[in-house]
Design a protein around this ligand. Sequence first.
Ligand code: BG6
Length: 305
Amino acid sequence: MKDSDLQALTTDINSISLSNSTVLYKSTAPGLPLLVIDSPLCNAVLSPYGAQLLEFKPKDKAPLLWLSPKAVFEQGVPIRGGIPLCAPWFGPHPTDSQKPNHGFVRNNDWTVKSIEEFANGEVKLDFLFDTQDTEAETYDYCFQLKLSMTLGDSVKLALTVVNLGGDEMPFSWAFHTYFAINHLDATRVTGLTREEYLDQTDALTPCIQAKDITFTNEVDRVYQGIGEEQSILCDREGVTIADVKGSCCPSAIVWNPYTELAAKMKDIGPNGHLQFICVERGAVFNDSWRIKSMSSMTAELQLQS
Ligand code: BG6
């Protein structure tokens, strides 16, 4: 999307301005255009590339999201942090290992369709992704994604997937949220106890989540058919970092790479794993959507700190 189109959308909105990753994060040129929000209710930074919320801080509260200080702002590379959207597949492509991990919509430009500012201080942004406008990818299915973000003292996301093709379309996806934390050893995820999970660190072995999830080594777990609400707590600070509430998001993925893997990942690096956990919500594995021709499905997610 051209800077001039973004500029036109932002001119009448008091609390939103246009910036660039090179200016904001001192990253390498040429960088990516970014939208910066300073509203009565929150501060936020968004990237039309990937339709990704990068930073979100309700006024008078701690930042909700982690954005890696080593994040790369470059076409073709996913931005590490915030809320990337994984789709139309989750993890490696089922049959072609050359295709990008977690699909291609986090690695492509989206169109910002509208930005609105409401009297209650919320700002709503509508993003559109259409496979027909994307030259970089060849994909067997033709679809449109509409992602609407309402930013106030919480983050509200609504994703609608429209199957524009003649056949039923399989669709796996996840909001891959990176939550900012201060004390990994005192961080706990509730709301998934007694659920079965597939352990991605152990060849997808099925296990039962006996207690709240804690982080003492690499955690990479896929929970299917779960309840709507989870919470992330910090026992040392005695605070709730976030309440996560999803509708039509039947799966959760909980991920922290821990010491060894974080050190190997260029855009996380040594000790980077101490700064975040991912609690993702979406529809993956057996929960994946199948969307009929010319039909749509919608999911919603709310993150409240
Ligand atoms: C998680 C997966 O969702 O994303 C992990 O469960 C993966 O297996 C992680 O390592 C990060 O993936 P990526 O492609 O962003 O490095």
